[in-house]
Write a protein that binds this ligand. Structure first.
Ligand SMILES: [Zn+2]
Ligand SMILES: [Zn+2]
Ligand SMILES: [Zn+2]
Ligand SMILES: [Zn+2]
Ligand SMILES: [Zn+2]
Length: 272
């Protein structure tokens, strides 16, 4: 087998090749979206996150996660129980395919959520984002605290739920790869419409009361570029200055490829 190729139980007909593409894809393992690096069979339009290209036999060693120190998460092609009955403890979304499952307590994690980096570099100025199991401050997008795992800046002025990033992606890219036709070299709809923008990434919960539709022109101020006056409060100002780049970094991490290159691609996708 050549470097960058993998034989995978989910698609035994062909080997999957590691490719780096700027287009989003729907992972045929976990059923969530991704961008950047993926294992792909171009002939059959099959894609897997790198995090999902694991074998069942022999099973990989159980994954340990610092947020659940007593859990041993086993990689499975599907979680036990009825379809639609399980959700990811990191992002809150349904588990519809490959999953890490703890048999003792029943916790589930999407493969990409299980491997979210604990620290992300949010661009210049030394801003770093740290992954926390709970939000200690209001999320920049929804204004709530609870809900899901959260990335928070070291200065604590910026927080963004992993669940809110997922919502943005579903709203913007929900159709990506949903109509894949496997076998017979079906063409991927996603390449027909290119890379759709991520709507709502430029939305702030404190940009003026209730969140406005993403097409709102007020979003420019969110990027620190608007001419309108900043809201009072240096914390809010600081938060919004961080927000533009931080959202890009968190989105690319949630999509399974938290590299600088992808962050740049994501930047061009975000609708402002
Ligand atoms: Zn996947
Ligand atoms: Zn194939
Ligand atoms: Zn457990
Ligand atoms: Zn998840
Ligand atoms: Zn939120």
């Amino acid at each position: 087998m050549r470097y960058g190729e993998v034989a995978h139980f989910s698609h035994p007909q062909h080997r999957l090749r590691l490719e780096h593409l700027d287009t989003p894809f729907r992972c045929d393992g976990c059923r969530e979206v991704g961008i950047g690096a993926r294992f792909r069979c171009a002939a059959d339009d099959v894609d897997l996150h790198r995090q999902c290209a694991l074998p069942l036999h022999p099973p990989p060693p159980p994954l340990r996660h610092p947020f659940y120190p007593r859990c041993a998460f086993h990689f499975m092609a599907r979680a036990p129980g009825a379809p639609g009955s399980r959700y990811c403890n990191a992002c809150g979304r349904d588990v519809a395919g490959f999953v890490y499952h703890c048999r003792d307590c029943g916790f589930d994690l999407h493969p990409c959520c299980a491997t979210l980096p604990h620290v992300l570099d949010a661009g210049g100025g030394g801003v770093r984002l740290y992954l926390h199991p709970k939000a200690a401050a209001a999320c920049h997008r929804c204004g709530q605290r609870g809900r899901s795992w959260t990335y928070r800046s070291g200065c604590r002025s910026y927080s963004l739920h992993v669940a809110c990033v997922m919502d943005m992606l579903v709203e913007s890219w929900g159709a990506v790869g949903r109509h894949k036709q496997h076998g017979g070299g079906g063409s991927s709809a996603l390449y027909l419409y290119g890379v759709p923008p991520i709507r709502g990434a430029a939305k702030s919960s404190h940009a003026g009361g209730s969140p406005a539709p993403s097409s709102s022109s007020s979003s420019s101020s969110y990027w620190g570029m608007g001419r309108r006056k900043k809201k009072k409060g240096s914390k809010v100002k600081r938060c919004c200055e961080i927000a533009g780049f931080a959202a890009q970094v968190v989105i690319s991490a949630v999509l399974g490829d938290p590299t600088a290159l992808i962050a740049g691609v994501i930047g061009s996708l975000i609708a402002i």
